[in-house]
Ligand binder design. Structure first.
Ligand code: SAH
Ligand code: SF4
Ligand code: F3S
Length: 435
């Protein structure tokens, strides 16, 4: 008999990548093989993202393509599943707009998928049962050097533009012991770096072995006791949860990498207030100052939204000035996208041309900062963990302690090696090295 094959596509954030790895583990356990192309699969899972309109629309165009390639396949031989945040946010709409979808499952119930496929129940997306989910998953390394580990999920912040509190549910933290067990397993499979994930990862407050609540700094220290684990990172953090203990860990814990993704969204206090971000510019600057006191070389990253409803030229100038003041090593910026169900929804009033102009100005500035930052390493040595092969012969790609991509050419296999590489050249987005 032919083996069942699963194809999965992840959209959106790293948490979806983590969830997709778990879905693959569940189906490998049911004897499925992985297909590289949806055409060859008997099960296609689209693990979707709802954060901006474009992300959600992409799913519908992919469904159209899959329908075409599967139009001659007998119905019993092929199942299409929509998982992830679009499934959670608009399960009924998907059923109406894309009748070829067989099952719809939200981010907190995908552990039921193998069972669900045996039934005729088509929608399972309205519950937030993180606790039960994590207990019922299977954890195997995806085979790389660095592994994502979800430690916290959901969000209680309700920024006025954002769908995440509605798609992922309330903030939930996994118990310390459960996380340590998962990481031990990955380390035994050769993993050297772990990246803690959470929509608000620094709001982590899981139960420790002594029954008391522990924070992220505790978890980082606890996990760093695992000898063969060499590097720890975490993302994404919210400024109001940036506790002293975590800031101090950047000095005291040498396995904690000197890189922090700390989104601010805007450099205007007026816009921050309207976004319901719960912090102002001053608080953010104070955090940066404290972090730089503890770890002067810490590399900072952020997210920005331009064209938020009511954003004036002055507000946008404030953002540009703010970026100039902080000096980011990398940052991501987006045009505001009106999302169903969010409080900011009705006010989208910045013309598209203006949004585009602001995005382009901000991205040029951020690119300039990134380029200068990368350039400053040429001629110096930098610790790099090599993760995978590059496109060219004998080429390897790794990441520096500051999270930059570093390329090297070597006759010997560099994968899984940590070396002090000499940086020979820099581009806008990466470094080249001799090892
Ligand atoms: N939890 C993280 C980020 C979650 S979403 C935080 O609090 O920062 C990732 C990024 O997408 C956000 O930082 C924001 O910059 C962007 N984003 C979220 N909703 C958006 C929207 N409606 N339009 C444009 N960008 C958005
Ligand atoms: Fe969205 Fe704000 Fe929560 Fe981040 S903190 S996930 S931007 S609501
Ligand atoms: Fe997208 Fe959901 Fe992540 S909306 S960004 S996949 S939490």
């Amino acid at each position: 008999m032919q083996k069942n094959k699963i194809y999965i596509k992840s959209y959106g954030c790293q948490m979806n990548v983590y969830d997709s790895n778990r879905i693959l583990d569940l189906f490998k356990n049911q004897n499925y093989e992985i297909a590289d192309d949806p055409k060859d699969a008997s099960l296609v899972v689209l693990n979707t993202c709802h954060i901006r309109e474009k992300a959600a629309e992409k799913m519908y165009s992919d469904i159209g393509r899959i329908n075409k390639s599967k139009k001659d396949a007998p119905k019993e031989s092929f199942k299409l599943v929509v998982a992830g945040c679009v499934a959670q946010a608009e399960g009924e709409e998907i059923k109406a707009r894309a009748p070829s979808v067989d099952f719809i499952v939200g981010p907190q119930s995908y552990h039921h998928l193998p069972e669900m496929l045996k039934t005729t129940e088509s929608i399972l997306s309205d519950e937030f049962t993180q606790n039960e989910k994590f207990k019922n998953l299977i954890y195997n390394s995806a085979g790389g050097v660095s592994e994502f580990v979800s430690i916290q999920e959901g969000c209680d912040k309700f920024c006025s533009f954002c769908v995440v509190p509605y798609t992922r549910g309330p903030e939930f933290s996994r118990p310390v012991a459960e996380i340590v067990n998962e990481i031990e397993k990955y380390i035994n499979q050769g993993v050297k770096e772990i990246i803690f994930l959470g929509q608000n990862v620094n709001a982590y407050h899981g139960i420790g072995e002594d029954g008391k609540t522990k924070d992220l700094a505790y978890l980082i220290d606890k996990v760093s006791e695992l000898e063969n684990l060499k590097r720890i990172r975490y993302m994404t953090s919210h400024p109001i949860d940036m506790r002293e203990s975590l800031i101090k860990a950047h000095r005291s814990n040498r396995k904690l990498m000197p890189f922090l993704h700390l989104p601010i969204q805007s450099g205007s206090n007026k816009v921050l207030k309207e976004m319901n971000r719960k912090h102002d510019i001053d608080l953010y600057k104070k955090i940066v100052e404290k972090l730089r006191n503890e770890r002067p070389d810490i590399a900072l990253s952020s997210d920005f939204i331009v064209g938020y409803p009511g954003e004036s030229d002055k507000d946008f100038d404030d953002t540009m000035n703010f970026v100039n003041e902080i000096n980011y090593v990398i940052a991501y910026s987006f045009m505001y996208s009106q999302r169903p169900g969010t409080p900011a929804q009705k006010k989208d009033n910045i013309p598209l041309a203006q949004k585009k102009a602001r995005l382009s100005a901000l991205q040029s500035l951020l690119k300039e900062q990134q380029k200068n930052y990368n350039k400053s390493f040429v001629g110096k040595k930098l610790e790099v963990l090599f993760e995978k092969k590059g496109r060219h012969k004998n080429q390897y790609i790794g990441r520096s302690i500051y999270n930059q991509s570093v390329f090297a050419t070597s006759e010997t296999n560099l994968i899984n090696k940590i070396t002090n590489a000499k940086i020979t050249n820099s581009t806008d987005f990466a470094l080249e090295s001799a090892v």
